[in-house]
Structures are given as C-alpha cells and as structure tokens.
Write a protein that binds this ligand. Structure first.
Ligand SMILES: NC(=O)c1ccc[n+]([C@@H]2O[C@H](COP(=O)([O-])OP(=O)(O)OC[C@H]3O[C@@H](n4cnc5c(N)ncnc54)[C@H](OP(=O)(O)O)[C@@H]3O)[C@@H](O)[C@H]2O)c1
Length: 243
C-alpha cells in the first residue's frame, strides 16, 4: 500500500531527492518549500504518483497548524514527515550578524518545531507515524566558523531527542539525521569539502534508515567517527583549532 508523506524543504537538495524517491516508489507526497516552480517540476516528473504542491515559507510559523490540517485532509492521512528545510548563512570568522543568525534559527530550528509539533500531535493520536529531522554533524560541537548554524542544529538535535523520548512509548519513530558534506546548493563554492556524496545517495540512506526504524544516523555512516573524535577533543585544545 502506498504511504502518505510530507517533505518540508522539497524544492532542492536532500529534500527534493527524498520526495523523488518516494514518488518513484508510488507513495503520495506533499512537497513544501517557497519555490513553487521547482516543486511543480518535481511533481510533473511523476505523473503516475499523487503529489500535492504547497508554496510556504517555514518562518511563517503560525500558518502551519491550518496548513497541516489541510494536507492531512487532502492526503487522507499521514505516515511520515521529513523536515529538510534549512539555510546556511555564510559568516566571516570575525563576523557577528544577528540578522543572519535569526534567519538560521527561524528556518533551521523554529520552522522545524512548528511543523514537527503538528506531526507529533497527529501521530500521538493515531498511535503510529515517523518523524525525520534533517540536522547536521555541525550541531555536535560549537565551532569558530558559524556559531549560530551550529546552535540551530544543536537545538534541533535536543528537540528531536526529547520528541523521541516522549513518543517512542506511543509507537512513533523519531529519526535524527546528521549529514556530513552533501553536494547541494547549500555548499556550492565552499572550499575544503571531503567525503562529499550526492543528494540522491543521501536520500536513499535516509529513507533506508527510516524503514529500519533507526533513531540517529550520520550520513554517510563514516562521519560518526569524525563526530566521535570532535566530541571528545578537550575544550582547551578545541578552542585553539580552526574546525
Ligand atoms: N549540504 C550539506 O552538506 C548539508 C550538511 C549537513 C546538513 N545539511 C542540512 O540538510 C538540509 C537540506 O539542505 P540541502 O543541503 O539539501 O540544501 P538546499 O539544496 O539549499 O535545500 C534547502 C531546502 O530548504 C528550503 N528552505 C530554505 N528556506 C526555507 C523557508 N524559509 N521556507 C521553506 N523552505 C525553505 C529550500 O526551499 P526554498 O528555497 O524553495 O524555500 C530547499 O528546499 C538543511 O537542513 C541543511 O542544514 C546539509
């Protein structure tokens, strides 16, 4: 039987590939992002699968409750929700820019909370469902390069963990996804990237982990080793490093 899926942040990168993989499998997908033309393009690629396209800015938090209800009605239920919307503002090593910081917190963290709270309420009542949050390895430690991108991801990690602890006993899966470097618009032009994989490969890993009811994954898995090392470097050494 086909599954009913919401992908928030489906217009490009990882979210677009997750949406495409589900449409390819014949699942019904609601695609959400601001760039409607990109969502329409994806929807048109899969004429034999049902898709709903919704232009929405995730920073309009108070629109989410009614949009969510509208989608549930149109899909006639929900099995999985993926939150893949995110931005990475480029900041200089000595720059402190509150406007950029607020934008990242709004999109990466508060937008996720607005959407995933609705899903949590719905799944809690239904007694089943899967919530997948795309975070980042960047949330594992506060680093010199982009303090508030790190913060936005650390906050979403804690939120997802708490959601998991609340909802696991009700039979609901909450998966935290921590990608390393993925070849998407977000990292275009960045220097010094390594172990880069395609967004499609990342999407397949994430869907596979969802099907296997995993709770937290690095994408690809070898980033878990990097995370382990980074998390265990003592602070007095870490603050001298440029990572
Ligand atoms: N690429 C990497 O190396 C990497 C590594 C670790 C984690 N991640 C995380 O992976 C997630 C997906 O990023 P990506 O790499 O796939 O980048 P991407 O190609 O730039 O995709 C970002 C997605 O977020 C959506 N988005 C941004 N602002 C939005 C807003 N205000 N309202 C609604 N949607 C919004 C974009 O859609 P619209 O612009 O059409 O709204 C787009 O669909 C992000 O959370 C990112 O932090 C990426």
């Amino acid at each position: 039987m086909s599954k009913k899926i919401i992908v928030v942040g489906a217009s490009s990168g990882i979210g677009a590939e997750i949406a495409k993989e589900h449409l390819k499998s014949g699942n019904e997908v609601c695609l959400i992002a601001r760039r409607k033309e990109k969502l329409d393009q994806i929807s048109n690629e899969f004429p034999n699968s049902k898709s709903i396209v919704l232009a929405h800015d995730v920073t309009k938090f108070f629109e989410v409750e009614s949009l969510f209800q509208q989608i549930i009605k149109e899909l006639n239920g929900l099995d999985e929700i993926y939150y893949a919307s995110g931005i990475l503002e480029r900041v200089k090593i000595d720059e402190f820019n509150t406007q950029k910081d607020i934008s990242m917190m709004n999109t990466n963290t508060l937008g996720a909370i607005a959407w995933l709270n609705e899903a949590a309420k719905y799944f809690q009542k239904q007694g089943k469902g899967k919530i997948i949050g795309i975070s980042s390895i960047a949330g594992d430690r506060g680093r010199v390069g982009n303090p508030v991108y790190n913060t936005s991801k650390a906050a979403i990690n804690t939120y997802l963990e708490a959601l998991r602890n609340r909802l696991a006993r009700k039979g609901i899966l909450v998966l935290t996804v921590k990608p390393g470097f993925i070849d998407t618009d977000m990292v275009k032009g960045m220097q010094g990237l390594f172990w880069v994989i395609s967004a499609n490969k990342a999407a397949k890993i994430i869907i596979n982990a969802t099907n296997k009811n995993k709770e937290c994954i690095y994408v690809p898995a070898r980033w878990a080793l990097v995370a382990f090392i980074i998390k265990n470097i003592p602070s007095f050494i870490f603050k001298r490093l440029n990572v």
